[in-house]
Design a protein around this ligand. Structure first.
Ligand SMILES: Nc1ncnc2c1ncn2[C@@H]1O[C@H](COP(=O)(O)OP(=O)(O)OP(=O)(O)O)[C@@H](O)[C@H]1O
Ligand SMILES: [Mg+2]
Length: 215
């Protein structure tokens, strides 16, 4: 009986994620406070973090306050990332969220965006979400954005693909770096245009690295 109920719960979760996935509407851009959206997502998992002995560290760049984002969609992205971090640290650890403002030149130098004219003079919000969890082997890391890819008994494998879809609809980028036994870092980039300018577009594959960068 218990197994049947568990299967039903899993099917229900898959269906609700699938519906969300197929329904990702175009973002409704509003000036959004990044720290507020992040705090909001953190708050809904506060008890779980405490129970698992996870310390949360926030480093917010004061220069990055209002960004053109769909707050509901971006909150969902952070929730997915924080939930994955929580699940990767069952014995506790540290979750670090850092935001900072970067110019295109610096992002280009790190090879995170292609040398595209439309990016010139643009600013980017860079957000990193780093955990000290179990990490991932290279063969897992290269699959994580694929719909339905999961290594979890109760996972749907839609969390990251949904997040990537939302980020790309914001003309942003998502990258992952990981090392088994060390942890995982997700880097999110969102362009913010100067007044009167559109947001830079262009398709771009997420980058995957197997090693954690030096701190
Ligand atoms: N922070 C992380 N640490 C270690 N592995 C991770 C992390 N984030 C994602 N993964 C790996 O990526 C896979 C895909 O993640 P995704 O969020 O898309 O689905 P899921 O977590 O398995 O299922 P769901 O999100 O539906 O609960 C996970 O099953 C896990 O193997
Ligand atoms: Mg997940």
């Amino acid at each position: 009986m218990f197994e049947i109920r568990q299967s039903i719960e899993r099917v229900e979760k898959t269906i609700s994620n699938l519906l969300l996935y197929s329904r990702v509407r175009p973002p409704e851009f509003q000036p959004v406070s990044l720290p507020e959206v992040i705090e909001d997502a953190l708050l809904s998992l506060g008890e779980e973090f405490q129970q698992s002995g996870i310390q949360v560290k926030k480093i917010f760049d004061p220069a990055l306050l209002l960004l053109p984002l769909d707050s509901e969609q971006i909150r969902r992205v952070f929730l997915n990332l924080f939930l994955n971090a929580l699940q990767a640290m069952p014995k506790g650890g540290r979750l670090t969220i850092e935001t900072r403002c970067c110019e295109s030149g610096a992002i280009l130098q790190r090879g995170l965006i292609p040398p595209d004219k439309s990016f010139q003079g643009k600013s980017w919000a860079e957000i990193s979400v780093t955990d000290t969890g179990e990490g991932m082997a290279p063969e897992v890391l290269k699959e994580i954005f694929r719909p339905f890819f999961t290594t979890k008994a109760k996972g749907t494998g839609l969390g990251l693909s949904l997040s990537r879809q939302i980020i790309e609809q914001h003309h942003g980028r998502i990258f992952a770096e990981s090392q088994v036994g060390v942890g995982t870092k997700f880097i999110l980039l969102f362009p913010f245009p100067s007044p009167g300018e559109g947001i830079a577009g262009g398709e771009f594959e997420p980058h995957l690295h197997n090693s954690m960068p030096s701190p």
